[in-house]
Write a protein that binds this ligand. Structure first.
Ligand SMILES: C[S@@+](CC[C@H](N)C(=O)[O-])C[C@H]1O[C@@H](n2cnc3c(N)ncnc32)[C@H](O)[C@@H]1O
Length: 391
């Protein structure tokens, strides 16, 4: 599960681009990263490195053909997500999506970052079972190889499923994204003893290895620098301009409807807490967490937790209304997962438990919901336990 907390972000072991893994995609990617560093004056901001490590065409983690999603490392997978665990996840989310479709008078769903297509399969099946009209299900994913996998899995739904490689011009409908925001590149900041921040980037060592390098920066973290949040010299943390820009694009393109994002993360007071003074950036490979984001780029997932306050503000300032924020457990219970589990086979019940128990995904994972201006409704997934006041 992509949910563990980092306790350090370490400098990686020395590795020469193109030498440690000769002939592999990782070696080719290392060469491209080394070229990008050189072309940028010897230093690449971490978000640009992360974008290459995850999305460089053909070579980045989400752009290559590795398996990624699965229950166990034996399958060659690196992590499991909620829809991979059990279809109960999509069935419960469908109850919320159906309500939002009805309330907005729309019949389209847009899924960002659809992974293996598991959630799409669950949502379409469940919406059909609920007799909820669904004219089109559009997937927007940065990954071409995942798109092929999704197409195979979703073939039986025919032309109702389509793919878009960029933002659809005028969206009317319900948007969903599970573990998408955490996969967007982050910038790293390091607190200086005299105050202020350095930006952490990636450079080449004398032996050609990738290493962290910090540079003075004008960047600020308003929660700390303006509001006076606690901070320690040496603190390493992240800011999320790409995820916030994504929210602004969503506000620009969504003409009528609602959006639901499910992911791990915190409101900013918890995010920028001394407990997390080494940040939340981590890597996943073969169901193990590591703290070496510069090692073997393209061969492991990189992710940072979501600052839900930043996401809420970005959406709100761009014209969307925040209509709900709660834990995944509260959200799924509000959508009726307990009743669904009661009628399910033992294995499904056990997997459903993982979605809602506090020490698994129930508490660390959150759900945030937005609606376009003027669309007033009380989303049923937040009926009990809404935490918007904590954002
Ligand atoms: C961790 S995976 C989650 C996959 C799937 N939602 C699941 O729950 O199994 C992240 C996905 O988000 C996609 N992604 C990241 N940034 C994106 C963006 N800006 N637009 C669309 N997809 C994006 C990645 O390509 C990848 O498929």
């Amino acid at each position: 599960m992509r949910k563990s907390q980092p306790d350090s972000v370490s400098v990686p072991p020395a590795q020469r681009p193109g030498e440690a893994l000769p002939g592999t995609a990782s070696a080719d990617l290392l060469t491209l990263i080394a070229q990008a560093i050189a072309a940028n004056g010897g230093w690449l901001p971490f978000d640009r490195y992360m974008a290459m490590a995850l999305y460089q065409p053909g070579l980045g983690y989400y752009a290559n053909s590795s398996r990624k999603f699965g229950l166990m490392p034996q399958s060659g997978s690196d992590f499991v997500t909620a829809p991979e665990l059990t279809p109960l996840f999509g069935r419960a989310l469908a109850v919320q999506v159906a309500q939002a479709l009805r309330e907005s008078g729309t019949t389209e769903v847009f899924e960002f970052g659809a992974g293996s297509g598991a959630l799409a399969e669950q949502l379409i099946s469940a919406l059909d079972a609920l007799d909820q009209p669904l004219t089109r299900y559009t997937i927007i994913d940065l990954s071409g190889t995942l798109r092929e996998r999704q197409a195979l899995r979703l073939a039986r739904f025919g032309e109702r499923v389509s793919w878009a490689s960029e933002w659809p011009a005028a969206m009317q409908g319900v948007v969903v994204g599970n573990e998408v925001l955490d996969a967007m590149p982050v910038q790293l900041l390091v607190r200086q003893p005299e105050g202020g921040w350095h930006e952490r980037g990636v450079a080449l060592g004398a032996a050609g290895q990738l290493l962290f390098a910090d540079r003075p920066s004008e960047l600020t973290i308003p929660f700390i620098d303006v509001e006076g949040g606690a901070v320690l010299p040496g603190m390493v943390t992240e800011i999320h301009p790409q995820a916030e820009a994504f929210m602004r694009s969503l506000a620009e393109h969504l003409q009528r409807g609602a959006a639901f994002f499910l992911d791990y993360g915190f409101p900013e007071a918890e995010y920028y807490h001394l407990q997390r003074h080494q940040g939340t950036l981590i890597a996943h490979r073969l169901h193990q967490v590591d703290h070496d984001p510069l090692g073997d780029p393209g061969e492991k997932d990189l992710t940072a937790h979501v600052n839900f306050t930043g996401i809420a503000l970005a959406g709100q300032q761009a014209g969307l209304d925040v209509i709900g924020y709660t834990s995944q457990a509260h959200f799924l219970f509000n959508c009726g997962i307990a009743e669904m589990m009661a009628g399910a086979e033992l294995r499904e019940r056990a997997m459903g438990q993982k979605l809602v128990t506090e020490h698994e995904m129930g508490e660390l994972f959150k759900v945030i919901a937005f609606a376009t201006a003027g669309l007033q409704f009380n989303p049923l997934g937040f009926a009990h336990g809404d935490r918007m006041h904590r954002l």
